[in-house]
Design a protein around this ligand. Sequence first.
Ligand SMILES: NC(=O)C1=CN([C@@H]2O[C@H](COP(=O)(O)OP(=O)(O)OC[C@H]3O[C@@H](n4cnc5c(N)ncnc54)[C@H](OP(=O)(O)O)[C@@H]3O)[C@@H](O)[C@H]2O)[C@@H](O)CC1
Ligand SMILES: [K+]
Length: 478
Amino acid sequence: MQGIWTTERIRAAEDRLLAVTPDGELMRRAAFGLATHTAALLAGRTSGVSGRRAVLLVGSGNNGGDALWAGAFLRRRNVAVTAVLLKPERAHGAGLAALRRSGGRVVSAEDGPQWIDRADVVVDGIVGISARGPLRPDAAALVERASAPIVAVDLPSGVDPDTGAVDGPAVRAALTVTFGALKPVHALAPDACGEVVLVDIGLRPELGEPDLVRLDSPDVAAAWPVPGPGDDKYSQGVVGIAAGSATYPGAAVLAAGSAVRATSGLVRYAGHAADVVRSRWPEIVATGSVRDAGRVQAWAVGPGIGTGQEGRDVLRHVLGQGVPVCADADATTIIARSPEVLDARDPGTPLVLTPHAGEFSRLMGEAPGADRVAAARDAARRYDAVVLLKGHCTVVAAPDGRVAVNTPRGSWLATAGSGDVLTGLLGALLAAGLDPWLAAASAAHVHALAGSLAAGGVPTSASALVTAIPDALRALRS
Ligand SMILES: NC(=O)C1=CN([C@@H]2O[C@H](COP(=O)(O)OP(=O)(O)OC[C@H]3O[C@@H](n4cnc5c(N)ncnc54)[C@H](OP(=O)(O)O)[C@@H]3O)[C@@H](O)[C@H]2O)[C@@H](O)CC1
Ligand SMILES: [K+]
């Protein structure tokens, strides 16, 4: 599990570490790592390091200091380094002196473009964890000019460090070299960060518990249910799927099929698409109504059930069964419009809501906004439910404040029926008895992995996603 810390926590930890570390030592550790990874990028992209040209974009704080020191280290490998100072009077003094001593060139922002045009790599030391808002016009013009790959120092400038939000011009890096710990931007703005590498500067002992986490494949593999020798189809957890309609059976087929592929427990289906589901998935026990579905250990409800009286009755029924419920799609809309359906919920029964931004707005009366982590946390508290907020990056918040972020590989999951597949995965994990927050974060992880395997670099479909679930689970366990 990767921990992620907000900039406030990072700064406090850095202050504690700075107090017991010789002056300038932390910055040199950071800059040495930055130089090493920048040289590796140069070697990878230009088949060499010596004689290559690096341009440093240097802002007014320690982020610029990192870039200047890294420039001095790159000089030792005979890289031609030019620092473009955005605020000459506020550039980091020791870093500037080190670069000058090493034989680096220092130019003004006006002279920057001619050097940027000939660069093999551009190092973005414009702003780090003290960033506020998008790039300012002078910096934006220089960044716009760069056609060489950009290495972001700590984080891509112009992107909000704590929310990953981009509200104007921002750096789009090929590589981000960060120090001490991952910050929210690294999980929430993967496209702006590019590849992210973490340089250890000794901060970890000062950090305490992370604010957010990102599950790694081994975490998900460890959580994913595996039957034991004493298990049968019932003991592994029976999931009920209430989805789809006679006119729109697709959601039912996808959600139910995804549950079949997720675990080896039994899957029941209840709804108007029973015939279609049975013919597509003969291993499913399918009935026409949730009332005669039989006993389950969790319900996944919502996709395609409609938002009228019948949908409300279905939702009310499953909420009253005393088992965990994953409420998705139409179920979310019903809860938003008729919150009294939640009165049917047995106290203490886990609920997982899986809204996209539009459903979230209905549930909360306002859009998630720039701070999606805070928005998901608020919704989790308001509904006393695990809230999985869909989007390019999925945020999973629990009512107790835990938050997991899933960073996707590509955007292939943005396809019709993709959400139904997630619902089936989540229902199966809830039925197996996983903690609902872990179930939601694990389902999101496997969903993204199956998406990238199904796509393999070309557009995919929700059906292909279901087919790819076993491959994703195999990849997890390997
Ligand atoms: N502490 C440590 O031990 C270590 C710290 N390390 C490094 O220090 C970095 C943090 O450095 P920092 O706190 O000095 O500020 P930093 O992010 O460089 O910003 C500087 C100034 O920029 C300005 N500015 C704000 N927004 C802007 C925008 N959008 N566009 C343009 N400019 C903008 C704003 O000043 P303003 O102009 O508003 O007065 C702000 O004060 C951290 O990310 C890591 O790289 C590492 O060396 C490891 C050890
Ligand atoms: K930066």
